[in-house]
Design a protein around this ligand. Structure first.
Ligand code: COA
Ligand code: AMP
Length: 635
């Protein structure tokens, strides 16, 4: 591949000869048994990578680096302004603690292929738990701490874990969020019960342990023996990560061991342009895909140092928090969501805090999770004086579909575009009939199969939903769910979703799921939730609710209950804080609620009166209500 240094020839090779391309990339990984087939397409549309290969992900993350002489290098830097702590692990220290925790799992009877659900805050023990699972071939499923018990319960019911791992609490700014009561409630709600729960007790909160079921982390560690890595098939699942779908039931995105290791390891050099030994920081959360790929996995595959940051961009303690971490730990590359920078910019518009720190070693800023608005990109570029790279991806793909691949060739930046398709992704923009759309027209963005290694092979225990959700709309193509266009230079522009997914502060949520919750309130006849533009979080959900005839309660009381209900059932992460009672919802003559039109009105955008609208007067009522809520911006 050394002959193909420019983006275009490398990209072309990845599509014309994917086996040669990814076969070469697979050399970056240690295999107990090398794959006998790089790409198996014998069961289309299900494709499998590196068939016949055997490896261990934990070995590739930790052991091999210790054996190669990186034992004394830092693997993890835990930086927690909320507890005033910095704690580090060298690769050697990490190996010892992970091997021992793998022994704890073994003592609890956890075997290869068993599921372990992890519900933990941003502490190194979360990574240790994950690595220990991979060491013995158990499949982990991490659930984001900002979800409520009911969401956790849904995931427990689907993944059916033999064991759960949690901590006594998380710390959100100045708040201590007790995790254990949520865990207990989720297990009560779930129709599946794990055999045991291992609980890491933090000094800020001591959780009550249930005799017979719950085990204290430290006690279990004190009697466990370290265990070795267990070889697994490349096609064996590494993890399940649940993500919002078009209903309240989340989709269990499966990642396999081989494809994931090869692809994520490859991206560290080719997309992020890192060298082994450098410090890489993904300021996200382990509960999201960004956290999986680039806090937990990517840096360690490549022999880099990862940062586990337990804090926020602002308020912990000030908008200089990111610059402090970059400077203190010699971070070379930062990856975060634009929303984090909007939060910083709001509090420190002139970038005064940046001037307090030496950032001379800092090389590149990467954004993803939501569309990067050009204003944020320009601000970051001006203040930091480094390339600011937007790249586009999703939980399903696990790594960037489109990026400016700095380790291959830096292409010119077009603000608002994540640049071109990354090697391995054959991306097209098509109309409803599947015809390619001419440049600059918005269409559905699809990826021609096979997708590259690391992308989801299926949904957990649900091949049918995988096919129906992603592969049935355009046979032979994967439906991304995003709409946008490809310009004349092949740059992609990701403009909106075609489903009910919204992105709130870089967090992916389903408005359909929120509607299901609102509809469960006894006074609600019908409802709609739309994502409206928000200066800080990009989008926030807004509920419009029709109350049942005969209900005579105070509207403000009902709204308060609705807000509390979404927080209770989905979690604080939904940021559902605004709802209004309306007399009617605008609909088409066939009864479809015109959510898109209401969103345009709220965002103050031009809209066409839908030809099929049942009663145009309703839109005037809705406009007036949105104006009283501060939306529609007077247009
Ligand atoms: N455990 C428990 N609660 C959590 C949580 C967690 N892990 N993460 C968030 N929450 C809670 C927050 O405390 C907040 O609760 P509140 O309503 O009581 O204030 C709520 O969920 C919403 O959180 P968030 O959307 O993060 O908003 P915020 O106001 O706390 O912070 C930002 C706003 C922009 C600073 C923050 O979202 C941020 O740093 N985002 C970075 C981007 C990111 O991590 N993206 C992930 C993909 S790259
Ligand atoms: P998630 O699965 O949580 O990573 O969310 C994936 C979705 O976030 C994508 O399908 C897009 O809608 C959106 N997204 C992520 N990154 C970008 C980006 N760089 N530009 C535009 N949208 C993005």
């Amino acid at each position: 591949m050394t002959n193909h240094k420019d983006y275009q020839s490398l990209y072309d090779l990845s599509l014309t000869n994917p086996e040669a391309f990814w076969g070469e990339a697979a050399k970056g990984i240690h295999w107990y048994k090398p794959p006998t087939k790089i790409l198996d397409d014998s069961r289309k549309p299900f494709y499998r990578w590196f068939v016949g290969g055997e490896l261990n992900t934990c070995y590739n993350l930790i052991d091999r680096h210790v054996e190669a002489g990186r034992g004394e290098q830092l693997a993890i830097i835990y930086d927690s302004p909320v507890t005033d702590t910095v704690r580090t692990y060298t690769y050697r220290q990490l190996l010892e603690v992970v091997a021992t925790f793998a022994g704890v799992l073994r003592n609890q009877g956890v075997k290869k292929g068993d599921r372990v659900v992890i519900y933990m805050p941003m502490i190194p023990e979360a990574l240790i738990a994950i690595y220990a699972c991979t060491r013995i071939g158990a499949i982990h499923s991490v659930v984001f701490g900002g979800f409520a018990a009911r969401e956790l319960a849904t995931r427990i019911s689907d993944a059916k874990p033999v064991l759960m791992i949690s901590a006594s609490c998380g710390i959100e700014g100045k708040k201590v969020v007790k995790y254990k009561p949520l865990l207990d409630e989720a297990i009560n709600l779930s129709d599946h019960k794990p055999n045991h729960c291992i609980i890491f007790q933090r000094p800020q909160e001591t959780a009550a342990l249930q005799a017979g079921r719950d085990i204290d982390w430290n006690t279990a560690m004190s009697t466990a023996q370290p265990v070795d890595c267990v070889p697994v098939a490349a096609t064996d699942p590494l993890y399940i990560l649940y993500t919002s779908g078009t209903t309240g039931i989340p989709k269990g995105v499966v990642r396999d061991n081989g494809g994931h290791a090869v692809a994520i390891n490859w991206t560290m050099k080719h997309i992020y342009n890192l060298q082994p030994g450098e410090v890489y920081w993904a300021a996200s959360d382990i509960g999201w895909v960004v956290g999986h790929s680039y806090i937990v996995y990517g840096p360690l595959f490549y022999g880099c140092t990862t940062i586990v940051y337990e804090g926020k961009p602002v308020g912990t303690p000030d908008p200089g928090a990111f610059w402090r971490v970059i400077s203190q730990h010699q971070v070379k590359v930062l990856f975060t969501a634009p929303t984090a920078f909007r939060a910083i910019k709001k509090e420190d518009p002139n970038g005064e805090y940046i001037k307090k720190y030496d950032l001379s070693h800092f090389r590149t800023l990467f954004f993803a999770g939501e569309r990067c608005d050009p204003a944020t990109l320009f601000w970051a570029q001006n203040k930091l004086q480094v390339p600011v790279i937007d790249h586009w991806w999703q939980t399903e793909t696990g790594w960037a579909i489109a990026a400016n691949c700095l380790g291959i060739q830096q292409l010119p930046i077009k603000p608002g575009s994540p640049t071109k398709a990354a090697p391995g992704y054959d991306v097209h923009c098509v109309d409803e009939s599947g015809n390619e759309i001419s440049s600059d027209d918005i269409g559905n963005i699809v990826i021609k199969l096979p997708m590259p290694p690391g992308c989801l092979p299926t949904l957990w225990n649900n091949d049918a939903r995988f096919q129906e959700s992603y592969l049935s709309a355009y046979p032979g193509y994967y439906l991304t769910g995003d709409a946008g266009y490809k310009d004349k230079d092949d740059y992609l522009w990701i403009m909106s979703r075609i489903d009910d997914i919204i992105n709130v502060a870089g967090h992916r949520l389903s408005t359909g799921g929120m509607e299901e919750v609102l509809a469960g309130h006894p006074d609600v006849a019908e409802c709609a939730v739309i994502g409206v533009a928000d200066d800080l979080k990009g989008e926030i959900p807004l509920g419009l609710v029709v109350i049942k005839a005969g209900v005579n309660r105070q509207e403000t009381d009902i709204v308060k209950e609705l807000v509390a209900l979404v927080r209770d059932k989905i979690g604080p992460v939904a940021s559902f804080k605004v709802a209004a009672i309306v007399k009617r919802l605008p609909k088409t003559r066939s009864g479809k609620i015109l959510r898109g039109t209401m969103k345009k009105i709220a965002d103050g955008q031009e809209y066409k009166m839908p030809a099929t609208i049942d009663d145009p007067a309703i839109l005037e009522e809705i406009t007036a209500i949105l104006e009283t809520l501060g939306y529609h911006k007077g247009k």
